[in-house]
Design a protein around this ligand. Structure first.
Ligand code: SDX
Length: 429
């Protein structure tokens, strides 16, 4: 008997079935042959939240949740954060290899040259209320870019995809900064081609118009590392959204707007903003025990803790915590950090969190750095989206080129009523 098979006995009929095993998975469609009557639909799997369902084959990001391992195209995240740069990581994620110097120079020049946005995007931003959430503006602007690049529907064309990568990686910092400046009632700051990717973002966010902006090297480096740490994370909620929308052959700009909408949720990328709100509500270390008691009683979550995949320390959280020291050396320490460290200490000693393998995730410390760097909490998820754009795009392109993939269209278990007759209004109870 071949080893790589599953023998399934259907006790309803006594029949047995051989189902092939490949890559430690079985194909769900192979279960459809298991029926009681010949005209049955056949067996499906039921997996809300896709806890145990592989949606694709990928070569981009590897995570071992039990060991707290994260690798981009095989390279450990700690080495990339320490030795690489965000624009180099962009090429690595998309192409699968570390670029040669000339490739990186070419890509950097393309991104720098395309950082500006069309006047219609600036007008769109101007149309929002001053209290509009920056994520709402980001999502709208990403979708609006699709209207400026109608050729992007031709997703099988390599040059069309190349341009979408170029335009989105180049423009997401600009649309993010536009949202911030609009909310603050400040004039927009144009991209400065003499600055690095991270330096130019800080320029567009914080520069005084007409005054040459010189980013602080420590903050510029921290920003670049934070973009790298957020660049990709295999099949998370927003990347799965990018793939689901992309599977309908929607253009990449519109697909990315959908992915950003998923990221906005407080259980996903919106958690970094929720962590700072939580720390502010706790206020002092003395209030931590009572807060923890309330969480354990089910009165809310410890935001920035827990993860669907990591059942160990999220490696990114540790790197961010270490990067915090460099930032605070410039900005002065964020008092929220002491509360966060104490909250982590208490939680990691508490049976409730230990039993559920709840550890700090990428969002637990990132907001504390962002706040120290001068970003308002409403901008935190937008910062996540800037870094994640290359991950969304790389995963989208892998989908487009994957012959296995079809339009995403899950099935359901139907529990509702069937074959009812229409009841005229005057006969309704
Ligand atoms: C990101 O997927 C990715 O890769 C995402 C991400 C990426 O890079 O793309 O890593 C980025 O989204 C990080 C996660 C940010 N979200 C938060 O910090 C929000 C707080 N965390 C939780 O909402 C939760 O941990 C999730 C959403 C992250 C994971 O949820 P799961 O896997 O569905 O787990 P669950 O909700 O079923 O929880 C299992 C148990 C439950 O208790 P019991 O029902 O068993 O008694 O753990 C408890 C939960 O109540 N639990 C928490 C908790 N997280 C889980 N209890 C208190 N505080 C928490 N944060």
């Amino acid at each position: 008997m071949p080893n790589d098979t599953l023998t399934i006995t259907d006790n309803r009929t006594g029949k047995t079935y051989e189902v092939p095993i490949a890559d430690d998975t079985i194909r769900a469609i192979d279960l459809r042959q298991i029926k009681v009557a010949a005209d049955d639909f056949g067996l499906m799997t039921y997996d809300p939240g896709f806890l145990n369902t592989a949606s694709c084959k990928s070569r981009i990001t590897f995570i071992d949740g039990d060991k707290g391992i994260l690798e981009y195209r095989g390279y450990p995240i700690a080495q990339l954060a320490e030795q690489s740069s965000f624009l180099e990581v962009c090429l690595l994620l998309r192409k699968g290899e570390l670029p040669k110097a000339a490739e990186l120079a070419q890509w950097t020049a393309e991104v720098t040259a395309n950082a500006g946005v069309q006047a219609s995007i600036e007008k769109l931003t101007d149309g929002f209320q001053s209290d509009a959430h920056p994520m709402g503006m980001f999502i709208a602007s990403a979708a609006a870019l699709a209207t400026l690049y109608p050729e992007s529907k031709k997703i099988s064309d390599l040059e069309v995809r190349n341009n979408a990568f170029r335009q989105l990686v180049a423009k997401v910092p600009t649309i993010a900064a536009l949202g911030y400046r609009h909310a603050k009632g400040l004039p927009f700051v144009q991209p400065d081609p003499e600055l690095s990717y991270a330096g130019n973002f800080l320029n567009m966010m914080f520069a005084t118009p007409g005054v040459k902006y010189k980013p602080n090297p420590a903050l510029e480096r921290a920003m670049d590392i934070l973009f790298t740490l957020h660049a990709d994370h295999e099949q998370n909620c927003s990347t799965s959204t990018m793939r689901v929308v992309g599977s309908a052959q929607t253009d990449p700009y519109t697909s990315l707007a959908a992915a950003a909408a998923a990221l906005y949720g407080p259980l996903h990328g919106g958690a970094n903003e929720a962590v700072l709100t939580m720390l502010a509500k706790i206020g002092t270390k003395d209030n931590i025990p009572e807060f923890i008691t309330r969480v354990k009683a089910g009165e809310g979550k410890l935001m920035g803790f827990g993860h669907r995949v990591y059942k160990n320390y999220d490696p990114r959280a540790g790197i961010i915590k270490r990067a915090a020291d460099e930032v605070f050396a410039v900005t002065g320490k964020n008092p929220a950090l002491d509360i966060a460290i104490e909250l982590e200490r208490i939680a990691l000693e508490d049976e409730y969190f230990v039993k559920r393998k709840l550890y700090p995730n990428v969002d637990f410390y990132s907001g504390i750095i962002y706040e120290a760097m001068g970003f308002p909490t409403a901008m935190f998820t937008v910062l996540f989206a800037i870094g994640r754009t290359i991950g969304w795009m790389s995963q989208w392109e892998e989908l487009v080129l994957d012959a296995d993939q079809k339009i995403a269209r899950p099935r359901q278990i139907f529990l509702g009523p069937r074959r009812l007759d229409y009841v005229p209004m005057d006969q309704r109870a």
